[in-house]
Write a protein that binds this ligand. Sequence first.
Ligand code: PRT
Ligand code: MG
Length: 213
Amino acid sequence: MITLALSKGRIYDDSMPLLRAAGVEVLEDPETSRKLILPTSRPDLRVVLVRASDVPTYVQHGGADLGVAGLDVLLEHGDGLYRPLDLKIARCRMSVAVRQDFDYAAAVKQGSRLRVATKYTQIARQHFAAKGVHVDLIKLYGSMELAPLTGLADAIVDLVSTGSTLKANHLLEVERIMDISSRLVVNPAALKLKREPLRALIDAFEAAVGATA
Ligand code: PRT
Ligand code: MG
């Protein structure tokens, strides 16, 4: 049996065309079913539904053989996974944003300590260290946009896709840190033990990415 970990929402939705192109149908709809283990049209393949940020943990510890996770989630998680494929889905960017009236360039130039609120502390730490900017990182789990508006922080590091969330909160994107897309990650031990079927599935995904790109 091969177990594929997906998260509900955009990763699940964007993974479906790729699975279909690989000849796999998921036999139950996660939006109407309460099941967390979904059978597929391939008797030897099942899908498990986990939180987006739990996908690397499931795959690393063998709760799933492979999974789909955003590069943001993977970079925060750290090493221990085989990352063979950029699926080019759930695309967005990781950016720095500030209040429209905050002079980010001046703050950075003056070498002042910047208070940065984010869910993505590893990515933020690495980004500002590379620029030589001193930061106090404030870890949040959501609603980052609120931090500069309430005086909790000078800046946030968050994912941006259309930009409308920032705009609605009068925030300005002042720096693009990196482009983000979702990756197929594989458990290295599973890749040895189930080499043939996993390789075939990874190849099918790769062909599907090429076809839909
Ligand atoms: O459940 P859990 O909290 O653990 O995970 P999650 O809420 O992060 O899951 P989900 O499904 O929201 O995101 C899964 C993955 O989708 C992320 O890890 C990213 O790699 C990718 N992705 C792509 C995004 C976005 N686009 C995105 N726009 N993840 C989040 N957003 C959020 C962003 O944080 C911000 O709040 O959407 C808002 C901005 O969108 P715009 O369009 O207004 O700019
Ligand atoms: Mg979310």
